[in-house]
Design a protein around this ligand. Structure first.
Ligand SMILES: O=C(O)CCC(=O)C(=O)O
Ligand SMILES: [Fe+2]
Length: 350
């Protein structure tokens, strides 16, 4: 079975820029969503602030150093300055990371009272990508299924070729994943993602480890795309999009988030604990509901994400769909947020 970096060296076309699948803020949401439906993946550029992401990466790195690697002094320094009753890292990380790094559900990853996932979600909701996400989901009532989201520290190792679909590797129902690196991801240097484009519209036969196999990979060489992500870029891939972690053996550290969300749907209720629901009020995105049952130890994370998101929304300019004359004053935005907050309180008038 060939190594991934050998195949890339022989087929450098995989690294070519795909302007047909890459979009920036001037792209209209409808056509971007169409492209996503037809190809299974799109790249959205300059969605999040590189400075904000650098801070998130640092928090994630500190969490790994102090809570996962547990290397003496760093461990003694402890984690949160703010006490939290949220769950800690899973027992599988008791002896540190693997040679590939480690991965965790969002509420575990925190340091010094900060959470990279809270910050990134707040940025995402208020970014130009949010209307695109609404268009892909064909709804303005979206639920982030936090238990299906992941944060990943990946150490770039030489990897054998292979690919997976999230429909088999993650969840058969959830239609999409948003992949957000907290840094630049340069092919040949940093471990990133690659995709088979266009995507099939069904589940492919897979091995017990969920991999579709090296022969499938070698058959699809002409359809491979390995994007170069700048800090702030993200990709959205469908559950059928065959994709793979790239590895070149540079040992470079990469930190990334996988956000899984979709239009609110009763059929997905089983994935809503914990979750955050985002709707629109007077055209502004707002948190309309949070869910975290007593036994699910993610309350601190869910609450602080909702608060941070509301604060971030408060700094937004008026949404485009509200015409100048109708644009709410800053007090209008505050009233919208207060209204949204009232809706979050159980038993509040609706
Ligand atoms: O981060 C990675 O290397 C894998 C991510 C992935 O497979 C996904 O987001 O679905
Ligand atoms: Fe995946």
């Amino acid at each position: 079975m060939p190594y991934f970096h050998e195949v890339v060296a022989q087929h450098p076309k995989m690294l070519r820029h795909r302007s047909d699948l890459s979009f920036s803020r001037d792209g209209a949401p409808g056509p971007i969503a169409d492209k996503w439906r037809r190809n299974g993946v799109v790249l959205l550029r300059e969605v999040l602030s590189p400075e904000m992401l650098a801070g998130c990466r640092q928090v994630f790195e500190q969490f790994i150093e102090t809570e996962i690697k547990k290397n003496g002094d760093a461990q003694a320094a402890g984690n949160d300055s703010v006490p939290t009753f949220d769950e800690g890292p899973r027992p599988e990380w008791e002896n540190g990371e693997t040679i590939h790094g480690s991965w965790h559900v969002p509420w575990i990853i925190r340091h010094g009272g900060q959470s990279p996932t809270s910050t990134v979600l707040s940025g995402l909701i208020t970014s130009w990508a949010w209307p695109v996400i609404e268009e892909i989901c064909q709804s303005k009532d979206i639920v982030v299924m936090l238990g299906l989201c992941l944060g990943r520290h990946n150490i770039d190792q030489p990897l054998l070729v292979g690919a997976h679909q999230d429909a088999t590797a993650v969840n058969p129902e959830v239609p999409l994943s948003i992949w957000i690196p907290l840094q630049e991801v340069a092919p040949l240097r940093d471990s990133g993602l690659g995709f088979v484009v266009p995507s099939p519209d069904h589940v492919l036969p897979a091995e017990p480890n969920n991999d579709v196999g090296s022969s499938y990979f070698m058959d699809q060489l002409g359809k491979m795309w390995i994007p170069h992500y700048q800090a702030g870029d993200l990709t959205i891939h469908s559950k059928f999009s065959p994709h793979f972690t790239t590895g070149y053996g540079t040992m470079a550290d990469r930190y990334s988030l996988e956000i899984r969300l979709w239009a609110r749907d009763d059929a997905f209720l089983k994935y809503y604990d914990p979750s955050i629901r985002i709707g629109r009020l007077n055209g502004f995105p707002v948190i309309t509901e949070t869910k975290c049952s007593p036994g699910v130890r993610a309350h601190g994370f869910v609450a602080s994400t909702a608060v941070l998101a509301m604060q971030t929304i408060n700094t937004m300019p008026a949404p485009q769909e509200i015409r100048e004359s109708e644009a709410p004053s800053p007090q209008g935005i505050m009233a919208t947020l207060r209204d949204a907050a009232r809706r979050l309180v159980p038993g509040a008038n609706r």
